[in-house]
Design a binder for this molecule. Structure first.
Ligand code: SF4
Length: 422
């Protein structure tokens, strides 16, 4: 029996793709081993969103070659799609496979060179290690071309999964016992624009609701310009859509947003967040910010800090700007030095940690609906679950509660951990 090891870097969409590859290869002929063990076949699903992601991808490839010099090494994902030649030059690499060519990986492993499969978004249902939360990719690619981002070059134009197919997959996942489905995409808010006839994310969500499914739905990142009143009404009144949103801000300075090719102002973002928070009870909003974009002055950074400070958000994801060859921003003058980028990142991460803690504390003494997962906290050994508004809660309950959504009273927030009682 041949041993396969899969390593995945990057976003939820990549994790989803790896889970699909795993599922496609399941069967009598192969067994799966952790990536740090000797295997006959290594699959490295790369990311290219930052310079660091490229570096980590190359490291994983080299590590697999060190573990077994005779292993078949297949490299896929965004880095392999963007720079196949660069990857092929790394010692030990046998094949590079673009995103959307998962079938070809199976062919290569089964010994036939394989044809390129269509880059249409596919409808495979992978298995997820935690039998509680499943990810469903309903959209891939992006047409936006933000000036710093390599994703449109790596993953191509936006493609959506047909509505009927999405609903069928959600039904299958609920039949398999999953209690939460995260709808993912590279640019989820553009769901359906490419379909014939075109549709929108709110229409998809409404159709999912009409099916009367028995699990909760979480949305991954949505761009600020893609919220309309219909979508906000739907989320605020829905019995199944979680009150948790992730919205990229990237910068609080309008001139930086403009040079990023982001089509909104900091004012629009602030208005949107306030509107969402007043419309959707107990909403948790996570925000992405990039620090050190070319030309980001001290004043620009201060604008970002004050926008973040002003807003009732629950957490921050801070990304240091990374110069990606082939993107317009890579050639912009006034690249910010790495020390300044580091400092700005540290300041924002500090604010993010404080905001997160403040958000958690708002729920002390309140009851939240928590879906219990099978993971245990290493220190307390309590089971961990997530509330609908994405608060990780530790609860002292037995294994029989795994995969149950139960009301929990939040009793304590200590060292960044949240505790609750059923
Ligand atoms: S919206 Fe902008 S940042 Fe997001 S994937 Fe598309 S180009 Fe990249």
């Amino acid at each position: 029996m041949k041993k396969i090891a899969i390593a995945t870097l990057g976003c939820k969409v990549n994790k989803y793709d790896s889970a699909v590859i795993h599922k496609l290869l399941e069967g009598a002929e192969y067994s799966f081993v952790p990536f740090d063990q000797q295997a006959d076949i290594y699959i490295v699903n790369t990311c290219t969103v930052t310079k660091r992601a490229d570096y980590q991808s190359r490291q994983l490839i080299r590590r697999s070659h060190r573990l077994n010099q005779d292993a078949l090494i297949i490299v896929t994902g965004c880095y392999a799609q963007r720079a196949p030649q660069e990857i092929k030059e790394i010692q030990g690499v046998d094949y590079t496979v673009g995103v959307g060519e998962k079938g070809r990986i199976v062919d290569l492993i089964n010994g036939s060179p394989g044809k390129e499969v269509s880059s249409e978004i596919t409808n495979d249902i992978p298995a997820f290690p935690e039998h509680t939360r499943a990810f469903l990719k309903v959209q891939d690619g992006c047409d936006s071309y933000c000036s710093y981002c390599v994703v449109p070059y790596a993953r191509g134009r936006s493609k959506s999964l047909q509505k009927e197919e999405t609903i069928r997959n959600i039904s299958k996942l609920t039949e398999l016992g999953y209690r939460e489905i995260v709808l993912t995409g590279i640019h989820l808010g553009s769901y359906g624009w490419d379909l014939m006839p075109p549709t929108r994310l709110s229409n998809l969500l409404r159709s999912i609701e009409h099916e009367g499914i028995s699990c909760r739905i979480r949305l991954s990142s949505i761009e600020p310009t893609e919220f309309d009143d219909d979508l906000i009404d739907l989320i605020s009144s829905s019995p199944i859509i979680c009150n948790h949103l992730h919205i990229p801000l990237q910068s609080g300075a309008d001139e930086v947003l403009k040079r990023m090719n982001r089509p909104y102002s900091s004012e629009l973002f602030k208005e949107l967040v306030k509107k969402l928070v007043s419309a959707i009870p107990d909403l948790n909003i996570g925000v992405d910010v990039i620090v050190g974009f070319p030309g980001e002055s001290h004043e620009n950074f201060t604008n970002t800090v004050s926008v973040i400070e002003e807003l009732p958000i629950g957490y921050l994801h801070v990304f240091p700007y990374s110069r990606r060859p082939g993107t317009p921003a890579a050639d912009f003058p006034d690249q910010v030095d790495s020390k300044t980028i580091k400092n700005r990142g540290k300041i924002l991460r500090g604010i993010g940690n404080r905001k997160r803690e403040e958000f958690y504390r708002r729920f002390l003494g309140k009851r939240l609906s928590v879906l219990i997962e099978s993971k245990r906290d290493v220190d307390t050994k309590y089971l961990k679950g997530f509330s609908r508004n994405y608060i990780p809660v530790l609860i002292d309950v037995g294994e029989d509660m795994v995969n149950e959504e139960i009301p929990v009273t939040i009793t304590k927030v200590r060292d960044g951990k949240v505790f609750g009682l059923p």
